[in-house]
Design a protein around this ligand. Structure first.
Ligand code: PLP
Length: 377
């Protein structure tokens, strides 16, 4: 299998697996227990908290472990809304559903919610943000990088606008983490979500960075863990794996990003040169690993199915919504028609992608498109 769907999930790194196995074998204690078995598990969680914090330039105490990116996003949106009764929420129209759906839920409850428009590259309109952010805004949520297109947003600029009015700035960094350097202080954000399985860690674990002093109410109740914000006994092996994955991501980030960007750029150049009617979605400022391409006159889904039969895994967009037939809300928000949006395929490469994989990927995509267009070899 030629795997080119790293934005959906990534394989577990062998070093992460080894760290998790050690935790599974050696530390079954409950981190909240006072006895030594509990305290051994507590030390593992504390070490992982420091590793996770180091990836984003945060203090260890500012990390709240969650079950993943979706829960971190929900906690950011719903927790802020809960702490700031009656205040408005602002989010970009291209956010992941893990942000958009809690916003829509709040709107149904009668909360004022504004969805920011984006340009044809998917970049949020900061003039519109400036116009809408007033002291009655509790939260601005703008993702660091988009999962479908890889488009990078101007989060630091958005944070300056939000912070000037006393609104909390949240960024969903689930796709950006491990691919571009992140520093929460430089970004000026109060809340940042990320997820372990996108950076070669286990599934079902993630974190929300909550800056000291940020006003966030709990939306879960029943325990004192994670500063009361995420009660429940911690997923110790998962957290250990996430910590190790963050450690590896931090040390490998620049080298990995440079290598993957070269491979991705070569892939794009070759596809654009070999297949007529091909276009890149998402502009110039994108994640180094993501290539969202539109193939005029074709259905992205048909290309995806054909490539799967040929042994290559790609996707038409977010894995969690790829079962529904509606075109990507991200491409629609960028002004594309439903037909244009349906013609796109997302290729996302990663740590294990080799030069040979890219050569084979180019050949397979050309073959799949020619087959669908009825072009003879
Ligand atoms: N946010 C973004 C931008 C994502 O791409 C994803 C997953 O694809 C999520 C949130 C949800 O993360 P998780 O799968 O850890 O719940």
């Amino acid at each position: 299998m030629l795997y080119a769907d790293y934005n959906a999930t990534t394989p577990l790194d062998p070093e992460v697996r080894a760290a998790m196995n050690e935790a599974l074998d050696g530390s079954f204690g409950n981190p909240s227990s006072m006895h030594s078995a509990g305290q051994a598990a507590r030390r593992l969680v504390d070490r992982a908290r420091a590793q996770v914090a180091a990836l984003i330039g945060a203090a260890a105490d500012e990390i709240v472990f969650t079950s993943g990116g979706t829960e971190a996003d929900n906690l950011a949106v719903l927790g802020t809304a809960e702490a700031a009764a009656g205040k408005q929420i602002v989010a970009s129209a291209v956010e992941h559903k893990a942000v958009l759906d809690p916003c829509a839920y709040l709107q149904k409850q009668g909360r004022a919610v504004t969805f920011l428009p984006v340009d044809c590259d998917g970049r949020a309109d900061l003039a519109a943000l400036e116009a809408v952010v007033k002291p009655d805004v509790a939260l601005v949520s703008l993702m660091l990088a988009n999962n479908d297109t890889g488009t990078l947003q101007r989060v630091a600029e958005a944070a300056r606008i939000a912070n000037a009015c006393g609104a909390l700035m949240h960024t969903d960094a689930v796709q950006a983490a491990g691919k571009v350097p992140i520093d929460v202080k430089t970004l000026g954000v109060s809340l940042l979500s990320f997820s372990s399985h996108k950076i070669h860690g286990p599934k079902g674990v993630g974190a929300l960075f909550v800056r000291y002093g940020a006003r966030l109410a709990s939306v879960f109740h029943g325990g004192r863990q994670e500063r009361l914000l995420r009660p429940g006994t911690e997923n110790v092996p998962g957290i250990v794996g996430f910590g190790k994955a963050c450690d590896l991501a931090r040390t490998r980030l620049l080298a990995d990003a440079r290598r993957v960007a070269q491979l991705r750029d070569h892939f794009e150049q070759q596809i654009l040169a070999s297949i007529v009617g091909t276009r890149i979605n998402g502009g110039k400022d994108r994640l180094p690993n993501t290539s969202n391409l539109a193939f005029a006159g074709l259905e992205g889904e048909a290309i995806t199915i054909n490539l799967d039969m040929m042994g290559m895994a790609v996707s038409t967009g977010a894995a969690c919504s790829s079962a529904d037939k509606t075109p990507s809300h991200v491409l629609l928000a960028m002004g594309q028609s439903a037909v244009e949006a349906r013609s796109s395929v997302r290729f996302s490469f990663g740590r294990d992608t080799s030069d040979e994989d890219i050569t084979r990927a180019i050949a397979l995509v050309v073959q799949a498109v020619n087959l669908l267009r009825g072009v003879r070899p």
